[in-house]
Design a protein around this ligand. Structure first.
Ligand code: ADP
Ligand code: MG
Length: 313
């Protein structure tokens, strides 16, 4: 099959996406396909329309890629694509709307607030009063820890709000959860398969961009070193989130598991990193699904979904 790998693009996670795209291209070539990497730009629509592709593999992270926009373009083009559809993609990129929905369904989400458009001078102090310190400030629609601050005092909350707003006009503040950082991959290609819980440890002070993408700066431990009962709870929470949000193909759900074993859900990634140091591919490998097979199965799932369509979307 001739497969377009959409990567790069204009999001803050462009570099990561290029790395994901290169890995996916190698995997699909190893499976006997003809991969063609397309760095997303204004010409992409035409190239997809005329390229004779059988499927598009979305290896774009963040906005204008993971967020439903590219999925919508592919729907209009009538081209099968990997992963979640328009709605789940658009929902999951929006951390506050995702959080509200999941909290309403009874999942544990750390208390959070979305900030009003206009920041007031005493906002930082009021936030610290309501959420406690430290607290986390982050852009609502960003990834890879970009624009995120773990604020230890009111001044850091104030500067965190300014920093986050550089990346998104929508900014949120959240209670800081102390515990074990765990992420859970979920595959649906097509059967739902919750991958082993993966614990993340890191050398940097926070699990920041550098810790995520520099080999050796963070470590993956599979299964996570949490009690067996917590592993089950966290796996169930990931599967529930996947279903409730309507995700398809794959997703990776980030949690912090506290001392009492409660899995606090942070976010759902619909196009998780697919680089050589990424989490979901590692968890899939631990479950016996190698990277080549993972990519192949995602393509098949995208094509099967397309064939099962009744009417548009
Ligand atoms: N409420 C929180 N409590 C503690 N740590 C957090 C919290 N929110 C985010 N973090 C830390 O910041 C990292 C990135 O946050 P996350 O919400 O997953 O956004 P993204 O990965 O999209 O940048 C997390 O992996 C975690 O280390
Ligand atoms: Mg995350």
């Amino acid at each position: 099959m001739k497969i377009a790998i959409l990567c790069g693009g204009r999001s803050a996670e462009r570099e990561v996406s290029l790395r994901s795209g290169a890995q996916v291209a190698a995997a699909l070539a190893a499976c006997g396909h003809i991969p063609e990497r397309l760095d997303m730009d204004l010409e992409t629509w035409e190239r997809l329309r005329r390229g004779g592709f059988d499927c598009a593999f979305i290896a774009l992270h963040g906005r204008l890629g993971e967020d439903g926009t590219v999925q919508g373009m592919l729907e209009l083009l009538g081209l099968p694509y990997t992963g979640s559809g328009v709605l789940a993609s658009a929902l999951c990129i929006d951390k506050t709307r995702t959080n509200r929905l999941l909290a309403a369904e009874g999942l544990s989400v750390p208390d959070f607030e979305e900030m009003p458009e206009q920041v007031q001078e005493d906002d930082a102090e009021a936030l610290a009063g309501r959420l406690g310190l430290p607290l986390v400030v982050k852009p609502v629609r960003e990834g890879s820890t970009i624009g995120l601050t773990i604020a230890g005092d009111v001044d850091e909350v104030a500067s965190g709000l300014v920093l986050a707003r550089r990346y998104d006009r929508r900014v949120m503040a959240q209670r800081f959860v102390e515990g074990t950082e765990v992420t859970v991959g979920v595959l649906a290609v097509p059967e739902l398969n919750v991958l082993p819980t993966l614990e993340i440890t890191y050398e940097n002070e926070t699990y920041d961009y550098d810790a995520k993408y520099t080999a050796g700066r963070s470590h993956h431990i599979i299964p996570a070193r949490i009690p067996e009962a917590s592993r089950q709870t966290v796996a169930e929470a990931a599967a529930r989130a996947f279903r409730l949000l309507g995700c398809e193909g794959m997703a990776r759900v980030d949690f912090i598991v506290d001392g009492a074993g409660t899995p606090w859900l942070l976010e759902v990634n619909t196009v998780p990193g697919l680089t050589e140091v990424s989490l979901l591919p590692d968890a899939a490998r631990a479950a016996g699904v190698g990277f080549d097979e993972l990519c192949e199965r995602l393509v098949r799932q995208g094509i099967a979904r397309h064939e099962q369509r009744v009417g548009p979307l």
